[in-house]
Design a protein around this ligand. Structure first.
Ligand SMILES: Cc1ncc(COP(=O)(O)O)c(C=O)c1O
Length: 397
């Protein structure tokens, strides 16, 4: 292709148009203010001097490279830190990534980690398939253990993992008692704080060192993004997590971060509505003759209900029911499949009601077999959801 003639005006004559396509002096007018966070798509960050470029990355430090944060992702981190009252929050690609990151920060060959049996499903797989081959022993404990966890602590225990409430069996853990047992040994306590969306349970006030969330659930709130957060109590924990975070290439999408920032603005109103709807439906289910237990933290059937009353400021949209022993599993399957508004699906925290029957959770404590069904209540009218449940219960007859 023939080159075009050189441009005429004095400014333009400095360089070829092809160069000016890359290096432009054009700027929009100054003074724009809006209520939204700009979405920065960037891998490369540029510097004025080599000295700046040589500084290297540290959490809270200057920009160095897109993978360690853009103004969009760092704004999301800063907002989660503000809400959870954390020293710093790392944003990672998913809740699962947040869990894996925390384990990898503390796992060392020969170390021992305590993990509540109620932890999110893939935690056990992280333990067996990722950590065991690295020489790390992950021991499950009864989530209702409380202060008795002291007996399980060993000289090589490097981390205590908690999840409260457990997102399927719903046990509410006595976090202050676990922290009190861990503190004298300087063992960090981490919590999966997803149920509380970082707001219904003040993790740091209750003594934990690391609070992670699957932002995928309540912060995203619309079942359309995957993100996680890892919030830390202090400078030392920030440095420890930062070291591993830097090496794992945990880049997050600025678009998804922008969606999460938007989600935060409606989190309060969604949680309030979801709490009321979930309680209405849980209380209705409690009266059904087919149901043995309603595992909702705000109802007395739920293990740890008294701890929930003591430590939480509200409840969320996810809870489980346990069918009576004499209800055959095939009928439970039929019940779940007869639901129309409740869609069969994993996950929770979005606007659509979901249901999932678990084919055996392999739990040592409180083993509900195949009789446990979990619900996520969405933003539909509770009366319509109850009608849907009522219709599905007729299939049990
Ligand atoms: C309690 C809990 N933590 C973490 C995760 C993982 O989150 P993500 O789906 O973003 O990987 C889930 C997912 O269902 C969860 O239920």
């Amino acid at each position: 292709m023939a080159d075009d003639p050189a441009p005429a005006s004095p400014e333009e004559s400095v360089s070829h148009w092809r160069t000016r396509l890359i290096h432009s002096k054009a700027e929009p007018p100054a003074g724009f203010r809006s209520l939204t966070t700009p979405i920065y798509h960037a891998s490369t960050t540029v510097f004025d001097t080599l000295a700046e470029a040589y500084q290297g990355w540290r959490p809270g430090g200057p920009y160095t490279y897109g993978i360690y944060g853009t103004p969009t992702t760092l704004k999301l981190g800063a907002r989660i830190a503000e809400i959870e009252k954390a020293k710093y929050t790392f944003i990672v690609p998913s809740g699962q990534a947040a869990i894996a990151l925390i384990y990898l920060v503390y796992a060392r060959a020969g170390s021992h980690i305590l993990m509540c049996e109620s932890a999110y499903g893939n935690s056990r797989e992280i333990a067996d398939d990722l950590l065991a081959p690295l020489g790390v022993e992950v021991e499950s404990y009864d989530p209702m253990i409380g202060a008795r966890i002291a007996k399980l602590i060993r000289p090589n225990t490097h981390l205590i993992w908690t999840e409260s409430p457990g997102s399927i069996t719903m046990e509410v853990q006595d976090i202050p008692a676990i922290v009190a047992a861990a503190r004298p040994h300087k063992i960090p306590v981490a919590i999966d704080n997803t149920y509380a969306a970082g707001v219904l349970f003040d993790a740091f006030a209750h003594g934990v060192d690391i609070s992670m969330q699957a932002l995928t659930k309540y912060v995203g709130g619309h079942s359309d993004l995957l993100l996680g957060s890892v919030s830390v109590r202090d400078e030392a924990t920030m440095r420890a997590v930062g070291k591993t975070f830097r090496l794992l290439g945990m880049a997050v999408s600025p678009d998804d971060s922008g969606q999460a920032l938007r989600g935060l603005q409606t989190l309060g109103i969604r949680l309030k509505h979801l709490e009321q709807s979930a309680l209405t439906i849980a209380n209705w289910l409690k009266k059904r003759p087919e149901i043995a237990l309603v595992l909702h933290p705000a109802l007395p059937d739920c293990p740890g209900h008294d701890i929930w009353k003591r430590d939480f400021t509200g409840s969320a949209s996810v809870f489980s029911i346990v069918f009576k022993d004499d209800v055959p599993v095939e009928r439970i399957v039929r019940f779940v499949e007869a639901l129309q508004l409740f869609k069969i699906g994993y996950s929770w925290g979005g606007v659509t009601s979901l249901v999932m029957a678990y084919a055996g959770l392999g739990r040592e404590h409180r083993n509900y077999g195949r009789h446990l069904v979990r619900f996520n209540i969405g933003l539909e009218e509770p009366e319509d959801l109850i009608k849907d449940l009522d219709r599905a219960f007729k299939t049990l007859c």
